[in-house]
Design a protein around this ligand. Sequence first.
Ligand code: AMP
Length: 218
Amino acid sequence: MILILLGPPGSGKGTQAKKLSEQRGWPQLSTGDMLRSAVSRKTDLGLKAKAFMDKGELVSDSVVIGLIAERTQDPDCAKGFILDGFPRTVPQSEALDDMLATRSKSVDLAVEFQIDHEELVDRLSGRRTCSKCGEMFHIKSKKPLKKDICDLCGSALVQRPDDQESVIQNRLQVYNAQTAPLIEYYEDQGKLSRLNAAQSPEQVQEDLIDLIASLSVG
Ligand code: AMP
């Protein structure tokens, strides 16, 4: 199963990818996580990517395509994988299709997470992320037991630099301009399904599992 989770920042792709990965064993491939790891390790790639990420701009197609081309060769990807935050531009989608074709594979399903942008600003600006394990919290809807401390590993919670309100608007504009066209790209291929991402995470998970099940049956 090669599954793409498509949707604006804050629509819950990462949360759902993680749950699905735990259930089905398909690894979650998040280019955002890969880039943040490169930033924290201060690699050449990380140093270059940071300036774009902090402003809410996309890093270059060639960088993220390279990351995915390499990661998908790992043995744990043999039975499939979940793409979270990739592709984000039409050239990335085309590169993905070409890359998979050379391996006699193709995308099975792209799921669009639909949600109003006002709800996203609230979700993103209140989001706090564990600096160590990456678990996500929210200052209103998913408070940690101890303020600013991760319930799971006890490390400090931080606000991602790009979750600051000034950057959020730009990320949403970038999504509309560069990523939203992928909806049509996968619709034209007959691979697009949609779900209501404003529902509870549990309900979204159920809907996502139903979509995958209907694909396996149909
Ligand atoms: P995310 O965690 O998916 O919201 O990604 C955080 C940031 O990483 C984005 O705002 C971009 O700067 C960069 N990024 C992640 N994935 C991609 C991608 N597929 N193409 C370009 N930039 C990306």
